[in-house]
Ligand binder design. Sequence first.
Ligand SMILES: [Zn+2]
Length: 340
Amino acid sequence: MFDVIGVSAVAGLFFYLLRSVGFVGDEYYPWTTTPRVAAFQATRLTTSTFKIVEYDDIYNEQPFIYAKVFPDVLILIDSGCGGATENPDINVKELREFLETIPIAHNKGEPLNAGGRRKYGIITTHCHYDHILAIDQFANDSVIFASSHSPSFLSPKNFPKNSLCERLGIETPSYTPTLVPHNVSLSYMNTATRLRFLHTPGHTPDELAIWDDDEDILYVGDTVYEWDPIIFPLQGDISVWFDSMNFLIEFVRERNEQNYKRGRPTARINSGHATSMADALDVLLEGKKFLQDVVAGNEPLKNRTESGGVVQVHYAQENGRFSLRCPEALIEEARTDYKP
Ligand SMILES: [Zn+2]
């Protein structure tokens, strides 16, 4: 009788030997290894754009990373928390390995950048750790773009503190960003991306929005989102945030009017956390109104705590859509400075 078990054992040993000497990779013979589980999940948002969620990070940030795929270039908007997780099932922690080797159902079962064929450009919406911790994986062969609004905020001396890496006791990523001016579009490696940089300080001085002129999508980083507290660090400025929100509201209003005449849909918004593909003007207007209510004293204080000598306050709408956590001093400054 044909010895099935014996044949399987011999075949298994054969593949094990091939693998051990590097002739075949794990991806071709997955039954010989544990499954590859990534720290990221990617879903398609448009024909060219994917949302990547780092869904189980140790910081509980669950950041959104966006990937815009061109024929020769892949532009990342932010890079997440660097794959740090306590989930024992996750064994693919590097964002770059995820992009180059993990099949994506929404991408016809192909990785977003199989084999690293496309060059990377990385845009950082701002320098907080949950947006930059994977940049080390790209810094050697890719350009990292950041806002030129406040070079001193990003200087090597201030970077560990302003990225919040110092406070968390983690290593600050090492890279030199290319600082981009306000209201210019990105051409990269002979690709006209039609992505426009917009300086939107407030959450931090280096906060950057990106407008996708082809897809009518506004990327706002941590400036505004729903269902999770909007957070300002000590270096934030709520009055400056209102100025940036007013600029974005006018910017999107103009685009929506042009789109209406051309029979195109209204602009959408992609945030660094929690909100994606929502109506941009609605999120901007309602987010601004909530902070106006807080500054005007029309929102009840939910919580007031002190940590490290800083008094933090928490406000939240009853329906939970918008909420805010920030140092109390920033609210007091805004009450003095901001005239709606
Ligand atoms: Zn942030």
